[in-house]
Design a protein around this ligand. Structure first.
Ligand code: NDP
Length: 272
């Protein structure tokens, strides 16, 4: 696992914060050449400089993943800087919190634009390079991409769409040596709940959960690296993910009730 990413070129979207930032730091420390994408250019610049000052290799490109041309520029940046791509991690994402009764439809469009279309655009432009390197295409989905999460219709839908897309790309490339992995973190301490969209499309600005009790982004980064090294199809992390995957097979209606119970207990839950 330690050497799995050594001398590999790894493109990471959403690298300015949370899980993406943790992956960038960890993978660079493992000897990967990391290429960072996100909208916050200053943060990417600072992170790339920090990685280089510690002896690592990094490039970055300001990228709004909802724009196909930005995604192309990110991939071009990687190829120009390092000559190819071994791993693409489609990690950029946003969440939401509102029940479907109340939510403005623009929120669902936005979730699909960032989480789903961002994955599609980056995958499209990186695919020839990943095929050439017999590399890894990774989507950071969620436990909400394994079972519908109440109050997060657009989020779950976008993560399920990512899975359908990535699974199909995997099968189309079955004879080309491409590895495709869907990773499903559970609740992880990050900025994602602060930036989550509420019913009217504004940002939540706070978190309804105890961030200190969650997995850390660094733990997720380590587990994803292991999944890439083992060329896993599905990368489950903590008990939430494993239990959801298992119980869904045998008792999906029970799982519905558990998800309802857990999410309705959040402070200010949009349903009770
Ligand atoms: P953060 O909010 O900390 O990071 C999200 C990242 O996505 C930021 O770097 C942000 O950068 C980037 N991003 C958002 N919108 C865009 C856009 N339009 N174009 C390019 N980049 C964008 O959250 P996490 O680190 O937690 O989230 C990373 C991934 O992990 C997401 O896909 C999320 O769904 C998934 N996940 C998170 C869980 C959690 O509990 N934290 C649980 C399960 C999955 P910028 O604003 O600079 O563009």
């Amino acid at each position: 696992m330690k050497n799995a990413l050594k001398n590999k070129t790894v493109v990471i979207t959403g690298a300015s914060s949370g899980i993406g930032e943790a992956m960038a730091k960890l993978y660079a420390s493992m000897g990967a050449r990391v290429v960072l994408g996100a909208r916050s250019e200053e943060k990417l610049k600072t992170l790339a400089e920090q990685i280089k000052s510690e002896g690592g290799e990094a490039a970055y490109c300001a990228t709004d993943v909802t724009k196909a041309e930005d995604c192309k520029r990110l991939i071009d940046t990687a190829v120009e800087a390092f000559g190819g791509i071994d791993v693409l991690i489609c990690n950029a994402g946003i969440s939401m919190r509102a029940i479907f009764d109340d939510v403005d439809l623009s929120v669902l469009h936005r979730l699909m634009d960032v989480n789903f279309w961002g994955t599609v655009y980056c995958s499209k432009y990186a695919l020839p390079y990943l095929q050439a390197s017999k590399g890894s295409l990774v989507g950071i989905s969620s436990v909400a991409g394994l079972h519908g999460l109440p109050g997060r219709t657009g989020y779950s839908a976008s993560k399920y769409a990512m899975t359908g897309f990535l699974e199909t790309v995997r099968i189309e490339n079955l004879k080309k040596g491409l590895h495709v992995m869907v990773a499903c973190p559970g609740f992880t301490a990050s900025n994602v709940r602060f930036s989550a969209l509420v019913a009217d499309g504004s940002q939540q600005g706070s978190t309804p959960r105890e961030e200190g009790k969650m997995m850390t982004a660094e733990e997720v980064a380590r587990i994803v690296a292991r999944g890439i090294a083992k060329r896993k199809r599905l990368c489950l992390m903590e008990i939430e993910g494993r239990a959801t995957h298992f119980v869904k097979k045998f008792a999906p209606a029970f799982l519905d009730k558990m998800f309802y119970l857990v999410m309705s207990r959040e402070p200010d839950s949009p349903f009770k």
